[in-house]
Design a protein around this ligand. Structure first.
Ligand SMILES: Nc1ncnc2c1ncn2[C@@H]1O[C@H](COP(=O)(O)OP(=O)(O)OP(=O)(O)O)[C@@H](O)[C@H]1O
Ligand SMILES: [Mg+2]
Length: 411
């Protein structure tokens, strides 16, 4: 009953925003061959597909009649497509709802040479049932929340640090707490329930709140298990549910010269700081400085990922812990270590502060001096107004940094 009510609220919101909001052009470009499009709920996947493939046959598996028909009789897909020419596009939205269709997709790719756009918000079921089958036949693309490069003049840092960058939130920040609350209740809980892995929901909700609060922090699973009163093994499963439903990801500790499996604890970042805030149950509380600081890191990490995906860079990103225990927020490996040549990296330190303090440069400078690797560039990002150049560290306001990032000057 509760979920039905929440679903109605979301549907009304979405209808209202669609009428109100201008279309924002996305950076993602249409591949020339079949692809999977993955992304968290509500980031604009279906909207992008409808624009990019407006002539395609569009089959939305959220439609329950279609869902039932194709689950029972996958071969009906061929009949629905009819006499399409070679290279014609077919969109299967919410493909994770009917993973069995992937066998048919495979067959039609081979026999008819049709191209498929396969869209989903969870890779979990597909991983279990078929993505491997299509390996090599369909490439993978990702869509995330809006980026600075997409929003242009609509980008509002103060607002995004509070509420994140989901399209529905961006278009109506006044109602952000309600929209995010509904997002957390319907999308997170329903998606997770539907995953069928979390049968006992209350412990998962306790975990979710803690994971929300720990956005951007180093994760000690043992401590989380204790705090949420759940077994340590459940914490592993819960995090993998968050990762597979694309709600968040681990940022590993970067260790260029360590060959054995990474030992240091990673950090966990939610895909969006507004959704993290909803998960943490903090929508009605004014965020403190610490929270806003991790929101700024979440936003910068998001922009780094968007640039990494959309420009097909696929560079490893991590954080760095120096020997003395201080941290560098982001280290991007721009070239791997090979033979006697050390790895090359770009370092980024993010601070929510209107004034830059020189002491914040120290971890980057100490990595630079350590000669373990080649530090190509060092950036300090802050919320002040001026650019500075200190001993090779470029200190830039957030917007200036984002401009440089998206014009390809950072990596
Ligand atoms: N490029 C855009 N410009 C303006 N509004 C957008 C854009 N993309 C999405 N939106 C708005 O955001 C909301 C969510 O978009 P959409 O349904 O496409 O997301 P989705 O990723 O397909 O979500 P789900 O995973 O729940 O299917 C819609 O109301 C839509 O109008
Ligand atoms: Mg959709």
């Amino acid at each position: 009953m509760f979920n039905v009510k929440m679903h109605c609220i979301i549907t009304i919101y979405l209808y209202y925003y669609r009428m109100k909001q201008p279309h924002i052009r996305r950076l993602l470009s249409l591949p020339s061959r079949s692809f999977f499009l993955f992304g968290p709920r509500g980031v604009g996947k279906s909207t992008w597909l409808r624009h990019a493939l407006h002539d395609a046959l569009y089959l939305d598996l959220l439609d329950s009649a279609l869902h039932i028909e194709l689950s029972r009789e996958p071969r009906q897909l061929e009949a629905m497509a009819g006499p399409l020419p070679e290279d014609a596009w077919i969109v299967l939205d919410e493909i994770q709802k009917v993973p069995i269709l992937l066998d048919e997709v495979h067959r039609l790719m081979e026999t008819k040479r049709w191209r498929f756009a396969l869209c989903g918000s969870s890779a979990r079921k597909l991983k279990q049932k078929g993505v491997n089958l299509l390996a090599g036949r369909a490439i993978t693309r990702h869509l995330e929340t809006f980026s600075w490069a997409e929003l242009g003049d609509l980008f509002d840092l103060k607002c995004h640090l509070q509420w994140g960058l989901l399209p529905a939130v961006q278009s109506d920040p006044d109602n952000a707490p309600d929209i995010l609350q509904a997002y957390a209740h319907t999308y997170i809980q329903e998606e997770v329930r539907q995953e069928g892995i979390v049968r006992n929901v209350p412990p998962f909700l306790r975990f979710l709140q803690i994971a929300g609060m720990l956005n951007g922090q180093v994760i000690n699973k043992q401590n989380i298990a204790r705090e949420a009163s759940v077994p340590r093994s459940s914490v592993d499963i819960y995090f993998s549910v968050l990762e597979d439903t694309l709600l968040g990801q681990f940022l590993p500790a970067y260790r260029p010269n360590v060959k054995v499996r990474e030992q240091a604890h990673p950090k966990f970042y939610w895909f969006d700081c507004g959704v993290a805030r909803a998960a943490a149950g903090l929508l009605r509380d004014p965020p403190d400085g610490l929270w806003k600081g991790s929101s700024l890191e979440t936003l910068i990490y998001h922009e780094l990922r968007v640039h990494n995906h959309t420009q097909n860079k696929h560079r490893p990103i991590g954080f760095y812990r120096t020997a003395s225990g201080t941290e560098i927020d982001f280290v991007i490996e721009t070239r791997k270590r090979s033979g006697h040549s050390p790895a090359r990296v770009v370092c980024i330190e993010v601070k929510l502060s209107d004034k830059w303090k020189r002491v914040w440069e120290r971890p980057m400078l100490s990595l630079h001096d350590s000669k373990q690797l080649i530090v190509e560039k060092m950036y300090g990002i802050y919320t002040g107004q001026r650019n500075y150049d200190y001993d090779g560290v470029r200190v830039l306001p957030v917007q200036t940094f984002l401009e440089q990032l998206h014009s390809g000057k950072v990596f």
